[in-house]
Design a protein around this ligand. Structure first.
Ligand SMILES: NC(=O)c1ccc[n+]([C@@H]2O[C@H](COP(=O)([O-])OP(=O)(O)OC[C@H]3O[C@@H](n4cnc5c(N)ncnc54)[C@H](OP(=O)(O)O)[C@@H]3O)[C@@H](O)[C@H]2O)c1
Length: 224
């Protein structure tokens, strides 16, 4: 599976403020992201992003080709915490939606999600986080997802970086300083302890906008 990570960050690397506001980039950038959604089979986010933003994760603001339907929405959610009244659950009968849980997810909640037309993948042991590597294999083999767009947040981004599961990283840097140790950054988690162990990227493209935003494309060196 080809994995693209995309995020909007401030100059100091934050993806939202300490209170959770995440509209870091401009409408122009939002349109770019929605255009990108037109060329993928799936859009993936972590459960905290769903709980904080209640996103729809559909294609809006741009027109894709006539045959393109909304990509499947993929939520990483160990214990099936997704609220039944979230926009994602409420629209699951119209847009393919897959929840990836662990063996610890409550069976009755999974039944309720199935009743709302969500599909479930179980990947990972009770009490642990979702096993992303195995989940990605299942997304491809069971659901035909060959290209996926990861749209955060910081914890999911770290797991993907740590397991070296991505091919391309696109960041839009907005001319903005957010600050605050409690504001979430592009990559959270534990992080690397030594520079020599850090993941090195290959710069492939830069686009500068007149509003001061810069869109930067990096490739993962593993693919060279
Ligand atoms: N600026 C942007 O482009 C942008 C984009 C997206 C999000 N955001 C912001 O980011 C914030 C949320 O980010 P976040 O870092 O708190 O959370 P997140 O990455 O959205 O979700 C993390 C949660 O996913 C679940 N999870 C399950 N398996 C996992 C695994 N293997 N690795 C990592 N997580 C796993 C965990 O909860 P369980 O243990 O309960 O499963 C974990 O706490 C929101 O405020 C949102 O607005 C900004």
């Amino acid at each position: 599976m080809f994995v693209i990570m995309n995020s909007a960050i401030s100059v100091d690397g934050k993806i939202c403020t300490r209170t959770g506001e995440s509209e870091i980039s401009s409408y122009l950038d939002l349109k770019r992201v929605h255009k990108l959604r037109c060329v993928v089979d799936g859009i993936l986010v972590g459960i905290s992003t769903v709980l904080k933003d209640d996103p729809l994760l559909s294609i809006r603001f741009v027109k894709c080709s006539k045959t393109k339907k909304n990509p499947a929405r993929v939520i990483i959610d160990s214990n099936a915490r997704i609220p039944l009244d979230s926009k994602i659950v409420r629209t699951a009968k119209d847009i393919d939606t897959i929840i990836i849980v662990t063996k610890g997810a409550p069976k009755n909640k999974l039944e309720l999600l199935r009743a709302n037309k969500l599909k479930i993948i179980v990947s990972g042991e009770r009490g642990k986080k979702v096993n992303l590597k195995k989940a990605f294999e299942q997304l491809e083999t069971k659901f035909g997802i060959k290209k996926i767009l990861v749209e955060g947040g910081g914890e999911i981004n770290w797991s993907i970086i740590k397991n070296n599961l991505f091919d391309e990283l696109i960041v839009t840097v907005s001319p903005l300083i957010v600050g605050g140790r409690d504001a979430i950054t592009l990559i959270e988690g534990k992080g690397f302890d030594k520079i020599e162990k850090c993941l090195r990227l290959d710069l492939s493209k830069i686009h500068k906008r007149s509003n001061g935003e810069i869109v930067i494309h990096y490739n993962n060196i593993k693919n060279k």
